[in-house]
Design a protein. Structure first.
Length: 555
């Protein structure tokens, strides 16, 4: 009877709780439990819904994974990504002809989203390369095969661009991707590199005592990237700076033109400072009867000027006595040198001791001069000023090619070195202008800030060639930075009315050095290997390579 009495009482409570104010009274835990059987029933009712300790721990654990129901599909929200490519991003020396393969990390909607507008191969002239697209579903790979009629250029940059129209099977759009690579430079470059080593200059680099790192010739990517804008900032905080000199070589039937470029993250002058500065020199070598250096043409920028200075050997015969009509006096450094557009004439042993040109590079402005020239040409010239007395007062770091190793200049006790001891050279390595700079000439945002279209002299090669004009300036976005060597011009820092001056279109000095050299120095050029030939055997910038084809191009 007790059990039934308790049940009726509980039912009464429920009925009361459903009416009136709509509130539920608190649970009555004072029921009569004098009967052992009734007490057991009450305890069972009170504890039936209480969780066990194990259950509580399981419910509170944040690591319990959700239970997936059979057949449930998790939504794909991740965009497709490029897994790999052939050629790889930043690849160089890619053989011609080539095909492009891009592998994705998942299947894509190829037929619906990939076509010539969403997957493009672009050359250095911003032209789309014609070709066909295909897709391998087994490997998620898109292949682009250039058309047989497509023109492919050596030593040139190419870009693969993929737009966000490309989707995976779930409809997720990819983030736009750009991959870059460059093509094979040219065969048989080892001999030309050997020449660059053989005639590598000895650099007398004058450096600032307070910020010498601005005067160390180094590489454009000394900081590990190809971004121009951060070079100035990174050279300031660098603790180690590698020593590099850039080079390249071109060849006519009669001469080699070996170019050296010195790169500095900053050019500093009172009235003209800018980022990413380049100075340089051209060493001219006669092939016959035995290879012999005959001249050095130096280049540097200064404020709004771009100066070119010429130093030749007396043995070269470029300057002849009395050519200017000033008398046969045995002096080639009077008006005779000016008549032939030469700044100074030196004996072979003075200009090229042990076969190496000795350069003098000034502090800050990096004027490219001759260490041997200690006689001031004119009182109005305030560039390349050097004397035997001033040599003793300069802070000089001397650089030389030593086994091709790029020595690291380090902060020792908080300071970079400002001088080297007599006979102690900092070894520099050689980097290719063609490989490092020319094949990246389409990078207007990262490396370069503008372009020009080369206008060659009449009947000379190179028409319509497009190249960058300046590097990005790290110190002022509104002003241009230094010029890459192929954009050099000649705007003399000193106007000397007795000096023979020729005006050349921008780029001629570097792109067509044989024409420049002959025109500047009043040399009649030939088309054969005899005399001074202006016909190229090898000039990759003008896409000329006759080595092994023309008998006159065999050494």
């Amino acid at each position: 009877m007790a059990r039934w009495a308790f049940a009726i009482a509980a039912l009464a409570l429920i009925v009361v709780g459903c009416g009136g104010s709509g509130t539920v009274p608190p649970t009555d835990t004072t029921a009569d439990t004098s009967d052992p059987e009734d007490a057991a029933d009450v305890q069972a009712d009170l504890t039936a819904d209480e969780p066990t300790p194990d259950a509580v721990a399981a419910d509170e654990s944040p690591e319990t994974p959700p239970v997936e129901l059979p057949g449930e599909v998790v939504a794909d929200k991740d965009p497709p990504q490029v897994l790999s490519s052939i050629p790889a991003d930043e690849a160089s020396d890619v053989e011609i002809p080539f095909t492009v393969q891009v592998t994705f990390n998942e299947p894509i909607r190829y037929k619906e989203t990939v076509d010539s507008s969403t997957f493009r191969l672009i050359d250095m002239y911003e032209h789309d390369v014609e070709g066909t697209l295909s897709y391998d579903e087994a490997t998620n790979t898109v292949t682009f095969t250039p058309a047989p009629t497509a023109i492919m250029y050596r030593a040139s940059p190419y870009r693969i661009t993929m737009s966000n129209i490309i989707q995976d099977k779930a409809g997720n759009r990819m983030v736009p991707v750009t991959l870059t690579f460059s093509t094979f430079l040219a065969p048989n470059l080892a001999a030309l590199e050997a020449l660059a080593i053989k005639y590598s200059p000895l650099l007398y680099q004058s450096v600032s005592k307070t910020i010498p790192q601005f005067d160390y010739p180094t590489s454009y990517d000394f900081d590990g990237d190809w971004l121009a804008a951060n070079n100035d900032k990174n050279i300031m905080k660098a603790t180690s700076i590698p020593a590099w000199v850039y080079y390249d070589s071109v060849e006519t039937k009669s001469h080699y033109f070996i170019r050296y470029a010195y790169f500095y993250p900053r050019h500093t002058e009172v009235d003209a400072s800018f980022g990413n500065d380049v100075a340089g020199a051209i060493v001219v070598v006669a092939k016959r009867p035995t290879p012999t250096p005959i001249a050095v043409e130096t280049y540097f920028g200064s404020a709004s000027k771009e100066d070119l200075r010429s130093f030749v050997t007396a043995e070269s015969g470029i300057v002849t006595d009395n050519a200017a009509g000033d008398g046969a006096n045995g002096n080639l450094n009077d008006k005779d040198r000016k008549y032939f557009g030469v700044n100074w004439v030196f004996p072979q042993a003075t200009l090229f001791p042990s076969g190496h040109y000795q350069a003098y590079l000034t502090t800050g402005a990096h004027e490219s001069c001759a260490w041997a020239q200690t006689t001031k040409e004119t009182t109005t010239d305030f560039r390349c000023v050097l004397s035997e007395g001033s040599k003793k007062t300069l802070s000089i770091v001397r650089y030389a090619y030593v086994d091709g190793v790029a020595t690291e200049l380090n902060r020792d006790s908080g300071d970079f070195p400002i001088a080297t001891a007599e006979g102690e050279d900092i070894g520099y390595g050689l980097r290719s202008i063609l490989r490092d700079w020319w094949v990246r000439r389409d990078r207007l945002a990262d490396m370069f800030s503008s372009e020009f279209t080369y206008a060659p002299p009449t009947d000379r090669p190179g028409a319509n060639l497009v190249a960058p004009t300046t590097f990005v300036n790290t110190t002022s976005e509104a002003d241009p930075g230094g010029r890459p060597p192929w954009a050099w011009s000649w705007k003399p820092t000193v106007l000397d009315f007795d000096f023979y001056f020729r005006e050349f279109n921008q780029g001629t000095i570097f792109l067509d050095p044989a024409y420049y050299f002959a025109a500047r120095h009043r040399i009649v050029s030939t088309t054969s290997k005899d005399g001074f030939s202006s016909t190229y055997c090898f000039n990759p910038y003008l896409l000329i390579d006759q080595r092994g084809k023309d008998p006159d191009c065999s050494n």
